[in-house]
Design a protein around this ligand. Structure first.
Ligand code: ZN
Ligand code: ZN
Length: 326
């Protein structure tokens, strides 16, 4: 870890979003010290996502008989199609909570961690997400479909049973808006897609590379052990991935999760897809945020994250662990 001691503390600007991050290497803490011990399984609660309890949820689709994947309505939705779409643009602005929230049950097996799914089952998971995303984009007034996973208590998981959430928004705001704007700025300035320069921008932080995918530890990672999977070809929307790209994507994701478990133990993490149908300039990617520390005053008060594991150190450690697990 000699390189780690060469790294100085610095404020980095994220080329993807314009957000700032403080990289503050903790010299007393090696990557292995972020290790999380096995979590106690919760028992005794009737799980609405288990086979036999299907009547507890409203089903939208399923794959397999008996089912391997189900998509159901979120029982505690932030958005609903029953709320009339309206906006307030006075001194206090708002958009009504029109939209959709769905939950994809990743597996019938209650205690099977998502990263332990077989590659072929993870492929079904991806196919189901793509199918639901495409359908939600056909609904009235839907401009953005967000797909994410909260895995583990520190990642905001509400149910232990592995699941993925799909939210359909009537407006393009937040991170996806910032990223669209920056991709457009980059194109105006350099006449190419920002992600075509990824190999150069992330030269020292490449985790994995396949024929069709590249995975990096982003320059301005907000989280210790953060990574991002990006198709090499310009693709803005999940449905446009080819069969080979989908296979490669799943293999890459599996490998990152496997190395992360080896390195960080029973970690909590979020997966966030960034892709959008209506912006051909956008470049699809998946962001993976291990949740190994608790955001506090700097994060909430200043909207700047402090990362104690520089992405360069994570990259080095990842390479060592990759050799061990393959
Ligand atoms: Zn369950
Ligand atoms: Zn691109």
């Amino acid at each position: 870890m000699d390189d780690a001691t060469d790294l100085r503390n610095e404020i980095r600007k994220d080329y993807r979003t314009g957000r700032f991050v403080i990289i503050a290497p903790d010299r007393d803490r090696r990557p292995e010290d972020f290790f999380q011990s096995e979590k106690e399984p919760k028992i005794g609660i009737k799980c609405p996502f288990d086979p036999g309890n299907e009547s507890m949820t409203t089903e939208i689709m399923r794959i397999g008989n008996p089912w391997k994947i189900r998509v159901v309505e979120n029982r505690y939705p932030e958005f609903s199609p029953d709320i009339p779409l309206e906006e307030g643009s006075g001194k206090l602005e708002y958009i009504s909570g029109y939209g959709y929230n769905e939950v994809l049950i990743d597996t019938p097996i209650h205690n099977l961690a998502f990263d332990k799914l077989k590659n072929e089952d993870m492929r079904l998971w991806l196919d189901a997400l793509i199918e639901r995303e495409a359908d939600l984009y056909t609904k009235n007034y839907i401009k953005y479909v967000q797909i994410f996973k909260n895995s583990g208590p520190e990642a905001g998981e509400s149910m232990v049973h592995p699941h993925t959430q799909i939210m359909a928004w009537s407006e393009i705001i937040g991170s996806i808006k910032d990223e669209i704007d920056r991709i457009k700025d980059y194109k105006d300035r350099y006449n190419k897609c920002l992600y075509e320069d990824l190999g150069e921008l992330e030269e020292n932080r490449i985790l994995l590379e396949t024929d069709r995918m590249i995975a990096v530890a982003p320059y301005a990672s907000r989280f210790a052990g953060e990574s991002m999977i990006v198709p090499k070809r310009h693709v803005s929307y999940l449905q446009d991935l080819t069969v080979e790209e989908k296979d490669d994507f799943v293999n890459t994701l599996k490998m990152i999760l496997k190395v992360n478990r080896n390195l960080f133990g029973d970690l909590s993490y979020n997966l966030c897809f960034h892709d959008i149908k209506s912006e051909p300039d956008f470049h699809l990617h998946l962001e993976i945020y291990p949740r190994l520390s608790i955001p506090a005053g700097v994060e909430f008060g200043q909207d700047v994250f402090v990362n104690q594991l520089p992405p360069e150190v994570y990259t080095e450690t990842f390479a060592q662990k990759l050799k061990e697990v393959t």
